[in-house]
Design a protein around this ligand. Structure first.
Ligand SMILES: Cc1ncc(COP(=O)(O)O)c(C=O)c1O
Length: 393
């Protein structure tokens, strides 16, 4: 769709990959280097003055970018903050929201949740003295009804639900609104990992009444390796839950008064600890300026249709098992190869120029990204899979 605005990664000097790994690290917007150069020049010319100069004004660069990000998460700019990285933001928000009692301490997470989420949630359960608090969903690809039933079964013993908007392994999109409502009905909160969701599927965090969420920006947001992450806190919680404080969460008006007491920002920025790097924000801005050109509903339809083009061809093959559910998906198609040596088959797809990835124990993930991938690439990949020899690898 906007392929010429991206640098498509290369296998070697002369050949591009068919790059289907935007679920892991999005392609680089070509404009990123000029956005970063601008920050480098501001630094070279202005030094520390760039934080408050009319031209650069880094002091609220992250705050200004919230306007550009807000439509992608479906929240008012005040409810989001750009800072830190996903796991750090998750810890900061669990510190605020996980307040277990002897009666209500269980935490419900997905089956095969991303390891970092699992470690974070488990560490808070252990920290509070409830090491057995983390409960997994019973199925890897559950229906919404099954998830709601598990929430209801835990009932008033459930402290919170921590899930991904899109499961990193299976590519399943969860019904954030219905699951959040079910959590609220039993008096629990619902928080969401949007690493694979933001920029990939439509989100309406505020309308869905989500309590809090975190994301990274290096996947479908194309903001580069280790890019600045984001967090969302529902307005009803601003100022009403305890938080771990840092100076960048102090409101801007008094931040540089260097007072001994914390004077929190009135919104989600209160959770920010440290000054974010303008270099990292610049890459994110380059990418958000591309998203600003899109008709978002039409774009998300294009994402779905590229996925369906790929899954349709793959599931017609007798030795392919598509894991991603047919209706609940974004870009990513997760599948298993029922061949003699699936790992070897994956390697041969890589050698043929298809950049997809392997996740243990046996899942291949391929994400055609409508921003920069083409239907022809989808067809070529499906042909390469079809040409595998199931008796071999
Ligand atoms: C679903 C999910 N959650 C969490 C993370 C961890 O992100 P970070 O390294 O930014 O903390 C990732 C990274 O790929 C992820 O895919």
């Amino acid at each position: 769709m906007y392929r010429n605005l991206f640098a498509i990664p290369r296998r070697d000097r002369d050949r591009e990959w068919v790059y289907f790994c935007g679920h892991s690290l999005g392609a680089q917007p070509k404009a990123a280097s000029s956005y970063v150069r601008r920050v480098l020049e501001q630094w070279a010319w202005e030094g520390v003055q760039a934080y408050f100069s009319d031209r650069a004004h880094w002091v609220d660069y992250a705050d200004r970018l919230r306007e550009k990000l807000a439509p992608l998460v479906g929240a008012s700019p005040a409810s989001i903050a750009l800072a830190h990285t996903l796991t750090t933001n998750l810890h900061l928000l669990l510190a605020s929201f996980y307040r277990p009692t002897a009666r209500r301490f269980f935490l419900l997470i997905e089956r095969q949740a991303f390891p970092s989420d699992r470690y974070a949630v488990q560490s808070w359960a252990t920290w509070w003295g409830y090491p057995e608090a983390v409960v997994e969903l019973s199925e890897l690809v559950p229906s919404t009804e099954a998830i709601v039933a598990q929430i209801e079964a835990l009932g008033e013993r459930l402290a919170g639900v921590w899930m991904s908007g899109v499961h990193y392994l299976t590519g399943q999109v969860f019904d954030i609104a219905a699951i959040t409502q079910a959590a609220h009905r039993v008096g629990a909160w619902a928080g969401w990992d949007l690493a694979h969701a933001v920029g990939n599927i439509p989100l309406a965090l505020e309308a869905w009444d989500v309590d809090f969420a975190v994301w990274c920006s290096y996947k479908y947001l194309n903001a580069g390796p280790g890019a600045v992450g984001g967090l969302y806190v529902h307005p009803q919680h601003h100022g009403h839950v305890p938080l771990l404080a840092g100076w960048w969460g102090n409101q801007l008006e008094t931040r540089f008064a260097m007072q001994p007491h914390f004077d929190p920002a009135p919104d989600a920025r209160a959770w920010v600890h440290s000054n974010p790097s303008p270099l990292s924000l610049a890459v994110l801005e380059a990418s958000l300026d591309i998203f600003a050109r899109l008709d978002l509903p039409a774009y998300f339809e294009a994402v779905r249709s590229l996925h369906q083009r790929l899954r349709g061809q793959l599931q017609a093959l007798p030795f392919v098992e598509v894991v991603t559910p047919p209706q609940s998906h974004g870009a990513q198609v997760s599948f298993r190869l029922k061949v003699k040596d699936p790992r070897q088959a994956f390697q041969s797809l890589l050698s043929a120029g298809f950049c997809v990835d392997w996740r243990e124990p046996d899942v291949i993930r391929a994400a055609p990204v409508a921003l920069y991938n083409l239907p022809d690439e989808v067809d070529a990949f499906a042909e390469a899979v079809a040409a595998l020899d199931p008796t071999h690898g």
